[in-house]
Write a protein that binds this ligand. Structure first.
Ligand SMILES: Nc1ncnc2c1ncn2[C@@H]1O[C@H](COP(=O)(O)OP(=O)(O)O)[C@@H](O)[C@H]1O
Ligand SMILES: [Mg+2]
Length: 253
């Protein structure tokens, strides 16, 4: 897997890029994408932070499961409101962190979308190829455009077709639907046991034996490259990112 081609790659003083994985439909693959993306960045030495806004805490538990010897990922249980530590301490992103991956809850209301996506360099929407999921994704994307007021021209939204069985009718419907939305499909992931095996052990597929996951790794290349091409946010600093996180949490039910 090639590392991201970006002139800022490896600079510890850069503002961390924030990638938000979002789709109010449960089971679409948000946690799978968020944890594996964090695993990729960890292997790349980018000291990622994985911020979990889902009260079910699946991403947070995955980070806790990781072996001490695994490449570090800083986990933040952003859904936790009653932590005894102060809010800003609990939400602090380490200074050496270069990527923030945000996992979001199911049933997220449209009103929470502006705060969750404001500081995002990229918003990934995983969609399963089924009629119900296609319908839910239409709503999700129109809320991102109309409520969160993300412009198509910003090219921050990318759809990820997940658990795909190619050559099926419903996969064809998904592709046609995405074409009408004019939102790019930045990756297509097959249904694979590798993700289930990885999740059990707090690993990502990037940390498994490459010979066992070669087909899955190859499917991530277009996504990693697309993410690497997203423009870095202006001159927003860490303080701004923290403020955004507090606002995001406050806006969640
Ligand atoms: N590409 C995939 N192949 C096989 N199983 C998958 C894949 N993506 C997700 N899953 C499984 O589907 C279930 C729901 O995925 P998850 O990432 O938890 O969705 P969400 O966070 O959107 O609710 C999990 O059991 C996960 O392991
Ligand atoms: Mg989840």
């Amino acid at each position: 897997m090639t590392p991201e081609a970006t002139p800022l790659h490896g600079r510890p003083d850069e503002v961390p890029r924030r990638i938000v994985v979002l789709n109010p439909k449960g089971g679409s693959g948000k946690t799978t994408i968020a944890t594996n993306l964090a695993s990729y960045y960890a292997v790349q030495g980018l000291k990622p932070t994985l911020m979990d806004f889902d009260p079910q805490g699946s991403s947070w538990r995955w980070v806790r499961k990781r072996a001490e010897t695994a490449p570090p990922i800083h986990g933040i249980a952003a859904y936790e409101r009653n932590s005894r530590v102060t809010k800003s301490y609990a939400l602090r992103i380490p200074a050496d962190c270069q990527r923030v991956v945000v996992d979001t809850p199911a049933a997220l209301v449209a009103q929470s979308m502006p705060a969750l996506t404001r500081q995002a360099t990229a918003i990934l929407v995983p969609v399963l190829p089924s009629d119900i999921d296609i319908h839910a994704a239409t709503r999700c994307i129109s809320n991102l455009l109309l409520v969160a007021k993300i412009l198509r021209s910003e090219q921050r939204i990318g759809v990820l077709a997940n658990r795909v069985k190619r050559n099926t009718l419903v996969y064809g419907s998904l592709l046609r639907f995405l074409e009408t939305l004019k939102i790019p499909v930045v990756a297509t992931l097959r249904d694979s046991q590798s993700y289930i095996r990885a999740a059990e052990t707090g690993l990502g597929i990037f940390e498994m034996k490459p010979s066992q996951v070669a087909d899955d790794l190859a499917e991530w290349t277009p996504l990693i490259e697309w993410l690497g091409r997203r423009p870095v946010m202006g001159d927003a600093g860490n303080a701004l990112l923290r403020a955004a996180t507090v606002a995001q949490r406050a806006s969640l039910p």
